[in-house]
Design a protein around this ligand. Sequence first.
Ligand SMILES: Cc1cc2nc3c(=O)[nH]c(=O)nc-3n(C[C@H](O)[C@H](O)[C@H](O)COP(=O)(O)OP(=O)(O)OC[C@H]3O[C@@H](n4cnc5c(N)ncnc54)[C@H](O)[C@@H]3O)c2cc1C
Length: 459
Amino acid sequence: MKSAIAVNAVADGGNSGNSTDMRRFFRNRAELIDYLRCAFPMAAAVDDTVTATVGGRRAAEALLEQIDPARYAATRNHLHGAVTRLSPYLRHGVLSLAEVRDVALRKVDAAWKAAKLINELGWRDYFRRVYGVIGGGVWRDLEPIKTGLAPSDYADALPADIAAGETGLACIDAFSRKLRTTGYLHNHARMWLAAYVVHFRRVRWQAGARWFLTHLLDGDPASNNLSWQWVASAFGHKPYIFNRDNLEKYTDGVYCRGCPLRGRCDFEVGYGEIAARLFPQAHATEPSSSTVEALRRVEIDRSDSSAMSEPPKLKNPVLWIHGDNLTPHNPAFRAFPAAPAIWVWDDALLQHSRISLKRILFIYECLLELPLVIRRGDVATEVLRFAAEHRADGVVAVASPSPGFKRRRRRIEQTAPVAILPDVPFVEPSSPLDLRRFSRYWRKVEHLAMQPTAAQRTL
Ligand SMILES: Cc1cc2nc3c(=O)[nH]c(=O)nc-3n(C[C@H](O)[C@H](O)[C@H](O)COP(=O)(O)OP(=O)(O)OC[C@H]3O[C@@H](n4cnc5c(N)ncnc54)[C@H](O)[C@@H]3O)c2cc1C
């Protein structure tokens, strides 16, 4: 380690070992929530609702045991279908895609019965790989939109009536409230809400994506932004729209039945009429853009591959735990079980991203199950300070596609060696992937994805 690092003192919760550590022990959830309200007033000001969904590996394992892949395949498009609700745990690496796939295969008597669920897990893997290539590009249109409208036809900000759930449309208002109060929405509700925001209200998809990231417990720049882009037609062949028949079919009509706008809402008519009304000058555009071309041939990053990586050459490191791997099975804990570990809340990021209290609570509950200290401030500075306190010979972290992770890693590397361990892979293809569309990716990896992890190692 080159130098001592300046200390930013942070209020101590009163039961920690170090004056900069945040609290780890609480009598009950209510006490934890009170603490977080005080510690993160900005998040509480954005929205201080908390949800019943509990963070951490114990809760994730209980949910994982309940999955029913065959029922999932038959009912997943229905709002009350047998979806897994595993997304917050997958988002934060509390569970890996591989272990969900393995449990799904164990639960069926023939692999094809788990195929739909495994295909959906593949979407998450796909989006993460795209994110690894384009990074902050997830915030910009990947392709020209195909609606025939100009960017200036779309409003920059999310209208207040949508955010407040006061549009008068029973379905949209219910989805908006549910997003805010539970931090979760069924995939179909996300699609309908996104289509309403972007196409029926002509709002830029980025405004909707930011709104979702504020509230979703699974909020993830990769899956979220690329899904919004798909709805908007910035990462797909045409805009996604829906009509009342479609919504009624998958909601059993619960919203339309009592809706004050029943019979006169914008969704009443057929698809052709809605499309003609919303996109009078629509044209199909070939998906050619330099961003998408960069996805044509993506080399497999061997630092993300357990089979290929060298063990790090550090003897006495500290572990930097980030938001993609909040599990006791984190490869860093496995490789260095006795090493001190740290999580840092990034104050600047919290201010910028405006995440709500329920997201902080979920992550904090995940952290409380892990052997680490919790601090806050500038991440690189705090990690380096922690390393200096422990006279470490370097820092170990698990790979992440996030550009924020890569930036912080580079800053830490200016002062200390950093070893990056591979994350648990979902599939390990042996040759480059074409990521321009999910279908191309899936054609190449499906045979791997459908194998249990143990069998993949022998393929
Ligand atoms: C506009 C929009 C925004 C979205 N934002 C996010 C987000 O921020 N974070 C996020 O994890 N997912 C996001 N999704 C994808 C999907 O809606 C959620 O992953 C899924 O609804 C989570 O519920 P579940 O765990 O019950 O899913 P299940 O249907 O039970 O699926 C199991 C798992 O597969 C993965 N998965 C399923 N469908 C998709 C999909 N279409 N794309 C990517 N992964 C998928 C998820 O990890 C999910 O937990 C978004 C979709 C849309 C249309």
